[in-house]
Design a protein around this ligand. Structure first.
Ligand code: CDP
Ligand code: MG
Length: 172
């Protein structure tokens, strides 16, 4: 197996409020063979949402986006897998609700997206984005150290899954 890639995912507020949707998306993550490296439930602060979505600052939807993202708790996840970035975005499906519904009805956004803004999940679009996004929400997480010390354990399945914390932890 090749080296694992990290991506950053958010299960957005309307998913965390809906236990059945949350459980189903968690199942998709696990059955798609992602390892969960970090998992944290948190109501995103306005300052964080604005920083996280800075590239969209001038878009018409920016205000409704950051208002929604700060409206209640989200689940913030660092996921690991070979090709994690592309695989997670493929599972999510298209950004926009109707495009997702018609073109990828079985995708996460096709199934659980409610609108262009409430589109269920976030996923990094590149390694550079993943690094930046992890830095916004997990400032203490040292990516280089993780690759040095933990990646081989995760790659070789020397981890156990903790259901309560929704996280994989090294067995050693
Ligand atoms: O999340 P993704 O990378 O697929 O899409 P984006 O173009 O980077 O947009 C970021 C987020 O802005 C989306 O996930 C939506 O929540 C929101 N958005 C919106 O509210 N209205 C749009 N027309 C497009 C995006
Ligand atoms: Mg994006």
């Amino acid at each position: 197996m090749n080296i694992l890639q990290l991506t950053f995912a958010i299960l957005k507020p309307h998913i965390v409020k809906h236990p059945i949707a949350l459980e189903e998306i968690r199942n998709i993550i696990l059955t798609s063979n992602f390892k969960i490296v970090r998992s944290k439930r948190k109501t995103i602060a306005m300052r964080e949402a604005e920083e996280f979505y800075a590239e969209h600052r001038d878009k018409f939807f920016f205000n409704r986006l950051v208002t929604f993202m700060t409206s209640g708790p989200s689940d913030l996840l660092i996921l690991a897998k070979e090709n994690a970035i592309v695989d997670w975005r493929r599972l999510m499906g298209p950004t926009k609700a109707y495009k997702a519904l018609f073109e990828a009805p079985d995708s996460i956004r096709g199934r659980f997206g409610l609108s262009d803004t409430r589109n269920a999940t976030h996923g990094s679009d590149s390694e550079e984005s993943a690094r930046r996004e992890i830095g916004v929400f997990f400032p203490d997480f040292d990516i280089d150290k993780w690759y040095r010390e933990q990646e081989p354990l995760f790659r070789n399945d020397k981890v156990i899954f903790c259901k309560e914390l929704f996280i994989h932890q090294p067995t050693t």
